[in-house]
Design a protein around this ligand. Structure first.
Ligand code: SF4
Length: 312
């Protein structure tokens, strides 16, 4: 056994600090069927919405170190009727909050509500380089309509003189590659705080490979940071290792039955961390075929603590 395996086994006794970032799957519904999202293939059955009681219980449990709560994972957060109640509640517990939206439901009234809320970060998942490509990738969204929603929000934010830190992003893939310079040029002067170009993910094989380049066959394994840094909780309270386990195939505990700190230091999490450090996954483990362990093709892994994820 290589020496570093022994070191990794010793590290098994080390429990990382509690996460400073959590993804909370408040809704599994979406109004789009984007080609690059597992939604388009259908998700495994789970409650379509997280109840407000479950949400409050989770916030009460994890708010101690004032984490960032990302209120999205597999669906479109604006579809949850209690979204603003959730943002307000997290704010009362001094948590930061973020939503990542496709902006289809971003009416002027919703924009006003966002600007009046304590939401900390807002991210638009747009991929809007051209109407033709956008509407092919994100049916049934209409390019001009969604672009005008985002523009209206930015106008309102300017008028109000404040609001959440706002980002717009495009996924770098075969379909969008040539449109990226135009996208960046258009939006960098629009009033957003940041324009992001994010790498394409296959969601460990749940969607087709639309990477611009394929990973070289000799790609080296590199451990993924998610089980050491992030908390992810699905709509029914199931804890999973990362925001890519949308179907909960690798459950690590249940946040309505146990405190998150117990799940975090539990055997399932510890076993996964050891497997991650030693690259010794069981044959059917999703980490084995994940973009975040198949090594690099010139871009950073998307699953960075502060980065939003592509959904809807
Ligand atoms: S390797 Fe992929 S599937 Fe495994 S924990 Fe990391 S992001 Fe999730």
């Amino acid at each position: 056994m290589p020496l570093w395996h022994n070191i990794a086994e010793l590290l098994d006794y080390y429990i990382p600090p509690l996460p400073s970032v959590y993804w909370i799957d408040i809704t599994r519904d979406c109004n789009l069927k984007c080609l690059m999202c597992p939604q388009a293939r259908g998700l495994a059955p789970r409650p379509a919405r997280m109840s407000i009681d479950t949400f409050k219980r989770i916030v009460d449990d994890v708010s101690e170190n004032r984490p960032l709560l990302k209120l999205y994972l597999s669906g479109e957060p604006l579809l949850h009727a209690s979204l603003f109640e959730m943002i307000d509640y997290a704010g009362t517990k001094a948590c930061l909050t973020m939503i990542h939206t496709n902006a289809v439901g971003l009416t002027p009234a919703t924009s006003e509500r966002i600007l009046a809320s304590p939401l900390t970060f807002l991210s638009f998942s747009f991929d809007g380089g051209s109407a033709e490509i956008y509407e092919r990738l994100r049916p049934p969204a209409r390019f001009e309509e969604v672009r005008s929603h985002i523009r209206q929000y930015l106008d309102l934010r300017r008028q109000r003189g404040g609001g959440p830190h706002t980002t717009i992003e495009i996924i770098r893939m075969r379909d969008t590659e040539r449109l990226i310079p135009r996208f960046v040029e258009e939006w960098k002067t629009s009033g957003v705080d940041e324009v992001r170009v994010v790498p394409y993910l296959t969601w460990h094989g749940l969607v087709d490979d639309r990477h611009v380049e394929s990973p070289p066959p000799s790609s080296r394994f590199k451990p993924c940071a998610a089980p050491f840094q992030h908390g992810c909780i699905l709509s029914d309270g199931t804890a999973v290792a990362c925001c890519l386990d949308v179907n909960g195939v690798m459950p690590l505990g249940h946040a309505t039955k146990n405190r998150f700190r117990e799940i975090w230091s539990g055997n399932d999490y510890r076993r996964l961390r050891l497997q991650m450090l030693t690259a010794t996954f069981p044959p059917d483990c999703i980490c084995e075929r994940c973009d975040n362990t198949i090594r690099e093709i010139g871009l950073q892994p998307a699953i960075v603590p502060e980065g939003p994820r592509p959904t809807g």
